[in-house]
Ligand binder design. Structure first.
Ligand code: ME8
Length: 650
């Protein structure tokens, strides 16, 4: 380990189901994990931050079928495609170190070995499963676990399930699990411990069904064809296979396992605090140090879900407000362990109050005054006063509290601390009235010190917000001309004395104030689901014809020589065409509604050239141009210009 390194730190997010595009709720956990990873890096830890996707299971198989693609194509599109999972994490500035997909070969092979090891040590055995299955949650339930006959997690209907299956001896670990939850800090917040112990362990843990035969999109049990491994075994072990457990792809197990913390949403705490440790116990492996179950983000008081049509789109919000503002909002507004209610009003208000008024204003006032009174250069000298001491004392207190809160995953409280310093600095401007100090030569030294104190408060606050708003912190450092070496945790000691110097510049406001009414209206408009375009009905089917009948139609490639509207007709265009014979051919076509004549000159079209000529509006039409029609839309059949005039369609 390097001399300055504080140690290893391994942190994970849940791996996401790529069954639909991710929404702001998914971003919540990943942004929190990213902030923690950045904080630990700032503190000098060697961090490994893992995220990824959980790609197997019946739900994915069903969705792929619906979409008419293979399950692999389906997940590839959501993970790698435009606007997919990887794009979203890039947009949200997620600094993950490793990304695992459970369809990765090394992971699949490792899961097969893990399953076999538990089979061989007797913890997995073959039996028959009779019970209930919730497809959306990929969860098995016993009759007694159901809530009003429905899935206790999501409240949806469950289906009967009966099949030959493998079981994991979960019951065997009940006592050890209860001890782990009750007598260690394994699971946080503590409020979740009672729920696990009282609702799941005390009523009696039943053995867990860990294989399925009714679908194929999963990791095959290699010693019993037809069975696929239960998705949660496949998914949970990602935390270890991504380090090299039972595979040669990576070699970090010794350095990073056990994980320091798994961040997970509250509804999957059960899997992480019962099934996961039990399987690790079965394999005699060290347990992760902590599982932290965060709350849910609802939207306007309701659970966010695609079927309700109320999912909040992180792309849209980042576009409107910037990624840092969104990251800040998520971590500043909702205490990490509790549920939160997302509303657009709240988002705008937090941006306006904290970011535009407090932080943004402090930075722009300070840089503007530094420019105005000192041309941006705050050199040596100055005159200190007693009042300055209060800033120094507060900064030390804020730094200490901030660290305590971050170490306890309380992002909201930690940010609160940083904003106490920002608020105090704003007040310091009002107390010291720099614009009055600037009026006299005699008070200029005092003004110099006031400006240095302001810069120092901002620099310290910027270090503290770095994990949450990395781009904003950098922008602030650049405005204040802070050296690289003064941007890290080790530079968190307050110094605004006579030797301190700054070279500030001014820039555009960091967070312009948002017009609430206008923005709410714009968001409402932009969030409206795209209008459903009703497909025109298919044209009626025609009776079958003999091949000979088809051969009677002469279809020839033609080039448009001239094209013009027919006088007094709204419908007709008159074409002169080169049909390869050397003689121009005239055809009238009722397509004036769809094309401007000039658009068509030079185009390569297809005409029926053995149709009996007929007169239209007094002019002769020798043939018919082919077009494709559905409902009220029409497109002329156009060919590549390389196809020569006179070529016959066969
Ligand atoms: O659970 N608010 O994947 P997932 C907050 N594949 N968090 C939310 C949320 C919301 N509105 N909606 C979802 C899975 N989440 C499994 C994990 S780990 C070995 C396997 C959170 O895509 C949810 O709580 O359904 C979970 O932690 C995460 O998003 C991924 O959910």
């Amino acid at each position: 380990m390097c001399k300055n390194c504080k140690g290893k730190y391994y942190i994970t997010t849940p791996i996401y189901y790529p069954s639909a595009k991710l929404h702001i709720g998914h971003s919540y956990c990943t942004v929190a994990t990213d902030a923690m990873a950045r904080y630990k890096r700032l503190r000098g830890y060697d961090v490994l931050f893992l995220t990824g996707t959980d790609e197997h299971g019946q739900k994915i198989e069903d969705k792929a079928k619906e979409a008419g693609v293979t399950p692999q194509q389906y997940v590839d599109n959501i993970v790698l495609g435009e606007g997919g999972v990887l794009d979203l994490w890039k947009l949200m500035n997620i600094s993950y170190d490793r990304f695992i997909r459970t369809t990765d070969d090394y992971h699949v092979a490792a899961i097969q070995k893990i399953f076999k090891r538990m089979y061989e040590n007797g913890d997995i055995y073959k039996g028959k499963y009779v019970g209930k299955y919730c497809k959306p949650c990929e969860s098995f339930w016993t009759e007694s676990q159901l809530k009003d006959g429905k899935c206790p997690d999501c409240g949806r209907d469950v289906q009967d399930a009966e099949e030959e299956a493998y079981f994991f001896r979960l019951s065997k670990y009940a006592d050890r699990l209860q001890d782990l939850l009750e007598n260690t800090d394994y699971l946080e917040p503590r409020s979740r411990v009672n729920e696990m112990v009282n609702n799941f362990i005390k009523p009696g843990l039943e053995d867990l069904c860990v294989s399925r035969t009714s679908f194929t999109w999963g990791v095959p049990v290699d010693f019993d064809p037809g069975h696929v491994v239960y998705v949660w075994i496949d998914a949970l072990f990602n935390y270890m296979t991504a380090l090299g457990f039972e595979n040669d792809k990576y070699n970090d197990l010794e350095a990073f396992w056990p994980a320091d913390v798994h961040f997970v949403g509250k509804e999957i705490v059960r899997f992480h605090s019962i099934i996961w440790p039990a399987m690790l116990m079965s394999l005699d492996l060290p347990l992760p140090k902590k599982v932290y179950g965060h709350g849910w983000l609802n939207f306007n008081g309701e659970k966010m879900s695609k079927s309700r049509g109320n999912v909040v789109d992180p792309y849209l919000l980042s576009q409107r407000f910037g990624v840092d503002a969104l990251r800040f909002f998520l971590l500043r507004t909702f205490p990490f362990g509790s549920d939160g209610n997302f509303t657009n009003e709240l988002l705008i208000s937090i941006i306006n109050v904290d970011l535009a008024n407090d932080l943004g204003n402090l930075v722009s006032r300070t840089t503007a005054m530094s420019q105005k009174y000192f041309g941006g250069a705050l050199g040596k000298g100055g005159e200190a006063a007693e009042l300055d001491e209060s800033l120094k004392v507060l900064a030390a207190e804020v730094i200490e509290n901030y660290a305590k809160q971050m170490d306890a995953f309380q992002f909201s409280n930690a940010l609160n601390e940083a904003f106490r310093l920002i608020g105090r600095a704003n007040k310091y401007i009002d107390e010291t009235t720099p614009w009055i100090l600037a009026k006299s030569e005699q008070t200029m030294p005092r003004l110099l010190t006031v400006m240095k104190n302001l810069c120092e408060c901002i620099r310290i606050a910027a270090i503290l917000i770095t994990p949450i708003m990395p781009d904003t912190a950098k922008a602030i450092f650049d405005l204040l001309g802070v050296a690289e070496t003064a941007r890290g945790w080790d530079a968190l000691c307050y110094c605004a004395d006579a030797d301190a110097c700054w070279n500030t510049i001014t820039g555009a406001p960091l967070f312009p104030r948002i017009d609430v009414e206008k923005e709410l209206a714009a968001l409402e408009e932009l969030s409206k689901p795209a209008p459903v375009v009703e497909e025109d009905p298919l044209p009626e089917k025609l009776p079958e014809i003999a091949f000979d009948d088809f051969c009677k139609v002469e279809m020839t490639v033609v080039k448009v020589l001239t094209c013009e509207k027919v006088k007094k007709s709204e419908k007709l265009l008159k074409f002169t065409l080169n049909d390869g014979t050397g003689e121009p051919r005239q055809i009238l076509s009722g397509i004036a509604k769809y094309y401007e004549p000039e658009q068509l000159i030079g185009k390569t079209l297809v005409a029926v050239t053995n149709l009996a000529p007929r007169k239209m509006m007094g002019q002769l039409s020798c043939g018919m141009l082919l077009s494709a029609e559905r409902g009220d839309k029409l497109h002329l059949v156009m060919l590549d210009d390389a196809v020569p005039a006179g070529a016959r369609l066969v």
